[in-house]
Design a binder for this molecule. Structure first.
Ligand code: COA
Ligand code: MG
Length: 277
């Protein structure tokens, strides 16, 4: 499959693991996030920043972003300066809680805002509307801790927050990206959570391990069967419109303009991501 942007998969790679950063170039993720924040212990922050600077010297096969340490931390300024001078495609900013934080940064590159606190969820719409914001990323580990909710196989305690992020991003034409799935050995659980995320309206998923990349690309991409069904629906719609009808039916179901638009989006994503000869 060809890479897609906005991304179906965004792979986090710890900045203190140079070997993993090398490997990340080859894994087929639509975007890579070199992480200086949660995945890096305080005593490794400075070394990780240098590793990331080094990794950004060579061109990447996909958009590469840096997750900097958040505002108010001792590392924030040096992290942002390094990332911006190195020419990243975007910054991921943790624990964004209000639009003012984003505005005050006056960034020259797209910002991917992490929504991972209760205040962030409540202000997600204003954050999504802030200048330069390209997408919202859910940080479910921090959010679950702050909410003091318990783990649940269907993420029931987080559903309101997850859907709030989708609503906020979609209302402002931004890309909502679902949270990571922690158990890297549980392929079936990961696949189920991808389906849930896509069903909720997310456009992609953040991932933490090579094995999760193809599954996220598949779940947030378009299968050949889905693309064919979308083309068939479009044909039925075009034929009905040519006969002067305002609505059509396809496979027994009502088709209106928005269904045709949705089918066109599916065909476009399939076109953008299908393997090239
Ligand atoms: N990106 C790129 N490569 C990765 C990777 C990642 N996120 N996670 C693992 N790999 C590589 C390893 O370097 C290893 O490569 P090698 O065989 O060439 O040495 C290979 O994949 C297999 O790794 P594995 O042994 O299965 O994983 P692990 O048990 O060493 O590590 C994690 C598991 C979860 C600790 C690790 O995947 C990780 O650090 N993920 C990212 C965590 C993160 O970024 N958190 C912050 C956001 S929530
Ligand atoms: Mg976090």
């Amino acid at each position: 499959m060809t890479a897609s942007f906005p991304p179906r998969s965004m792979l986090y790679v710890p900045g203190d693991k140079p070997r993993a950063m090398d490997k990340a170039r080859t894994l087929g993720a639509d975007a890579v996030i070199l992480d200086l924040e949660d995945a890096v212990a305080p005593e490794h922050k400075a070394a990780a920043r240098e590793n990331v600077r080094e990794a950004l010297r060579t061109p990447w096969p996909c958009p590469v972003l840096v997750r900097v340490n958040g505002t108010g931390t001792p590392w924030e300024h040096e992290d942002r300066e390094m990332a911006l001078l190195a020419g990243v495609h975007g910054l991921v900013l943790p624990k964004v809680e209000d639009a003012g934080t984003v505005r005050d940064l006056h960034l020259r590159v797209p910002l991917w805002a992490m929504i991972e606190t209760p205040a962030g969820v409540l202000n997600a719409a204003a954050i999504a509307a802030a200048p330069g914001v390209a997408g919202l990323l859910v940080g479910a580990n921090d959010l679950a801790r702050a909410l003091r909710c318990r783990p649940h196989p269907e993420r029931l305690p987080l559903l309101h927050a997850l859907e709030s992020v989708v609503l906020a991003a979609r209302a402002h034409g931004k890309h909502p990206v679902d949270a990571v799935f922690n158990d890297v050995r549980d392929a079936a659980g990961f696949a189920r959570e991808c389906v849930q995320g896509r069903t909720l309206g997310f456009g992609g998923k953040t991932v933490i391990h090579p094995a999760q990349v193809p599954a996220a690309n598949e779940a947030f991409g378009v299968s050949d069967e889905e693309a064919q069904a979308a083309r068939d629906l479009l044909a039925a719609w075009t034929a009905a419109r040519a006969e002067g009808k305002s609505v059509a039916t396809f496979a027994g179901a009502l088709v209106e303009q928005m269904h045709a638009d949705e089918a066109q989006d599916i065909v476009n994503l399939w076109e953008a991501t299908r393997p090239r000869a």
